[in-house]
Design a protein around this ligand. Structure first.
Ligand SMILES: Nc1ncnc2c1ncn2[C@@H]1O[C@H](COP(=O)(O)OP(=O)(O)O)[C@@H](O)[C@H]1O
Ligand SMILES: N[C@@H](CCC(=O)OP(=O)(O)O)C(=O)O
Length: 374
């Protein structure tokens, strides 16, 4: 089977602080990606750069800050970006296709499966899907903002063999190398710790947005999906191939041993909770250490207007979130039977499944969010 690879290229690698696309890096990445395809890889590209490519065209002196300004810049820049990629890939006889996604698309299983089917078909036909966030319709609260997280979600969806995040620095350092000359490169990360989030700073350029922090978050999502990640730099011929082969200039993140199923990835990373339940200490222990399902007997409070199939958050007695899962009850129905034993519930209502959340559809907070501060 062909190895599938998702490559994410940040704005900082394609544009300058003054805005506008640099033709040289586009030509370079097209050559590198074409080479990967010739070497038998199926290539998916996640690219930033629409805002950076478009803002100077619209007359802004620097990257705009307001949402509607960024959206206007992206709508100009996205067309320029795609034209540049299509022309560059054309040199290698490779077709390029545009896919624009929003955070919201990932909350709908139907939209996710349509996007996946589209990308699979493009790959079958030897095209390179080129993905960016649909900036025009995304609002701040539901934006990916940077494309790092988007690339990890795409890699998980397409069951990629590897995620390569190309940026302007050759990997993760012990501190922002632009600010601290003594910072050392971290060659390999096997587990994402809170410490790692602390050493990762924001963007160093005026065109990038996420910085290393969002790359670590992306690595964490991909690693939980069983996908190894490379974060680093590619500027010389063969750099991308070397990165894919394990000899790149950057940091390698290993895939986790205990990966989340596709269903649990959806619950943990893509879904938007529609309600919340509070549970007693016994139920919390059963969920966190007993590997058990949540039964109505352990529920002490119900909030929100959810239905079977919706994702809900679960809080402990102190009100802090401990995880989330797929509800089997309508909110009002659960309200009526919470605290009751199984026999009593079966006498009162008809539910297809007695568990409020089945353990196969439950994800702990720890599994989907490494740090409460992220
Ligand atoms: N610990 C760190 N190690 C490496 N880079 C860091 C670190 N902390 C912050 N950075 C900054 O992250 C920047 C890369 O992120 P970003 O500007 O968002 O790029 P991109 O546009 O490629 O996504 C680097 O230029 C660097 O200044
Ligand atoms: N969707 C936006 C991405 C914004 C951005 O700067 O992202 P990144 O360079 O990945 O930190 C764009 O194309 O401009």
């Amino acid at each position: 089977m062909q190895q599938r690879i998702v490559v994410k290229i940040g704005s900082s690698s394609l544009t300058s602080d003054a805005g506008g696309l640099n033709p040289a890096p586009i030509a370079y990445f097209a050559a590198e990606l074409a080479r990967l395809q010739q070497n038998g890889f199926e290539v998916v590209l996640v690219t930033s750069g629409a805002v950076a490519a478009g803002f100077s065209f619209l007359g802004y002196k620097t990257r705009p800050k307001l949402l509607h300004e960024k959206q206007a810049a992206a709508s100009v820049g996205q067309a320029l970006l795609m034209r540049a990629y299509q022309e560059a890939f054309h040199q290698y006889g490779i077709g390029a296709a545009q896919i624009l996604l929003t955070r919201d698309d990932f909350t709908s299983r139907k939209r996710v499966s349509n996007a996946t089917a589209t990308m699979e078909e493009l790959l079958r036909r030897g095209f390179i899907p080129i993905i960016n966030e649909n900036d025009t319709v995304s609002v701040d609260e539901i934006k990916f903002g940077d494309n790092d997280t988007l690339s990890a979600l795409v890699a998980n969806l397409l069951k990629a063999g590897q995620l390569i995040i190309i940026t302007d620095t050759d990997g993760l350092y012990t501190d922002d190398p632009r600010k601290n000359k003594d910072a050392r490169r971290i060659e390999r990360v096997d587990e994402i710790s809170d410490e790692l989030y602390r050493i990762a700073g924001g963007s160093g350029s005026s065109v990038g947005t996420g910085g290393m922090r969002s790359k670590i978050e992306a690595a964490r999502i991909a690693m939980r999906g069983g996908i190894p990640v490379f974060v680093g730099r590619a500027t010389e011929p063969h750099d991308l191939r070397l990165a894919a082969e394990g000899n790149g200039r950057g940091t390698y993140f290993s895939a986790a041993d205990h990966t989340l199923s596709i269903k649990k990835q959806w619950v943990g990373f893509h879904s938007v909770p529609q309600g919340k339940v509070t549970v007693d200490q016994g139920a919390e222990n059963a969920l966190l250490s007993g590997g058990k399902s949540l039964l109505p007997a352990g529920v002490t409070a119900v909030e929100g207007d959810f239905h079977p199939g919706d994702v809900i958050e679960v809080c402990g007695e102190d009100g802090s979130v401990i995880g989330r899962g797929v509800a089997n009850y309508v909110a009002w129905q659960l309200q009526a039977v919470m605290g009751l034993g199984t026999g009593e519930i079966q006498r009162r209502v008809e539910v297809p499944r007695i568990e409020v959340i089945h353990r196969d559809e439950w994800v702990t907070l720890q599994a989907y969010r490494a740090s409460q501060n992220t």
